[in-house]
Write a protein that binds this ligand. Structure first.
Ligand SMILES: NC(=O)c1ccc[n+]([C@@H]2O[C@H](COP(=O)([O-])OP(=O)(O)OC[C@H]3O[C@@H](n4cnc5c(N)ncnc54)[C@H](OP(=O)(O)O)[C@@H]3O)[C@@H](O)[C@H]2O)c1
Length: 286
């Protein structure tokens, strides 16, 4: 008899699964037999992506959830729907995120890049943690970026109220992803739930397309020729979500499926604890 597929019987949630790295990750995990939920802001677009994932992976078990994750009520609604739909949750992939050249403010009055790239994974993880813990061994992955190395957590102006730059907000949020993961791993020690963070590579996706400066659009246009495909960008998240080789590995940063040292700032445990507290206050999860 053939072996069961690697992820048979597992439930996975991938945020931002309508395109790019998230969709390719969902295809990879559905092809390994997982039941996969994807999210996007628009239900029709998310349903269409789910249909594409089912066809590409040859697995009918793909669910679509609509949620704007830059708004905390959207994150809370999504978590409630996921808990209602999946009796167990084995893997959470915090992937949704992006780059915005200009400062935008969410319905909660928070700076958009910080809200979507950092606070949304923080809040969603917190709301799904009991389910992940009861499903242990379980895995939480967060898609960061190599640009975290130029990031700095500016506790005096976390939301760029005094001074906003798209690059600075983005690299700060991606450093926050790494520090959040390391702090989460410390807090989850002994639970059987692991937390890892990754850089997917530079990948040809819709990244940054919603709000670019003209010079950035030209740079990205040229660079697109040399970028990884979404399927190549999904290799590290699929590996971290599914491979027996990384069972039990936690609190690590991965690039090209290998653990790698992240920036010096990312290992600052006092700053990580402070960021955790600020994030808990801003999401009312304290
Ligand atoms: N591409 C790269 O080179 C690269 C490099 C390093 C890291 N990353 C990271 O990889 C992750 C995925 O990016 P990508 O390159 O695949 O970008 P993408 O093609 O733009 O995909 C972004 C995904 O996030 C969703 N999304 C955007 N805003 C959202 C919101 N407010 N609420 C809910 N979902 C939202 C989008 O769904 P809808 O538009 O359908 O709502 C889409 O599914 C991001 O965290 C990014 O920072 C990318």
């Amino acid at each position: 008899m053939a072996d069961a597929p690697l992820m048979a019987g597992k439930s996975v949630l991938v945020t931002g699964g309508t395109g790019g790295i998230g969709k390719a990750t969902a295809i990879g995990l559905a092809a390994l037999g997982a039941r996969v939920g994807i999210t996007g802001r628009d239900l029709a677009r998310t349903e269409a992506a789910a249909a594409g994932i089912r066809a590409a992976a040859g697995n009918p078990a793909v669910d679509a959830f609509a949620a704007d994750l830059s708004v905390q009520a959207g994150v809370r609604r999504l978590a409630a729907q996921v808990l209602e739909t999946y009796p167990r949750l084995d893997v959470l992939v915090n992937n949704a995120g992006g780059f915005w050249a200009h400062r935008h403010v969410t319905a909660d009055g928070l700076e958009h890049t910080f809200a979507l790239n950092h606070l949304a994974p923080f809040l969603l993880t917190s709301l799904l943690l009991d389910s992940l813990t009861t499903s242990a061994p379980a895995r939480i992955l967060t898609v960061s970026s190599g640009v975290h190395t130029s990031g700095r957590i500016d506790f005096g102006d976390l939301q760029g109220e005094r001074n906003y730059s798209g690059q600075r907000a983005h690299s700060q949020s991606k450093l926050a992803n790494v520090m959040f993961t390391y702090e989460l791993a410390r807090r989850l020690d002994g639970t059987g739930v692991t937390a890892t963070v990754l850089h997917p590579g530079v990948v040809r996706t819709g990244f940054g397309a919603e709000d670019q400066t003209a010079s950035l659009a030209v740079m990205i246009g040229v660079a697109r020729l040399f970028m990884k495909t979404p399927a190549q960008g999904a290799r590290t998240p699929v590996h971290l979500a599914s491979s027996p080789q990384v069972e039990g590995i936690t609190g690590r940063y991965f690039v090209n499926r290998k653990p790698k040292t992240s920036s010096k700032a990312s290992y600052d445990t006092a700053a990580a604890a402070r960021l955790w507290q600020v994030s808990a206050d801003l999401t009312a999860t304290a």
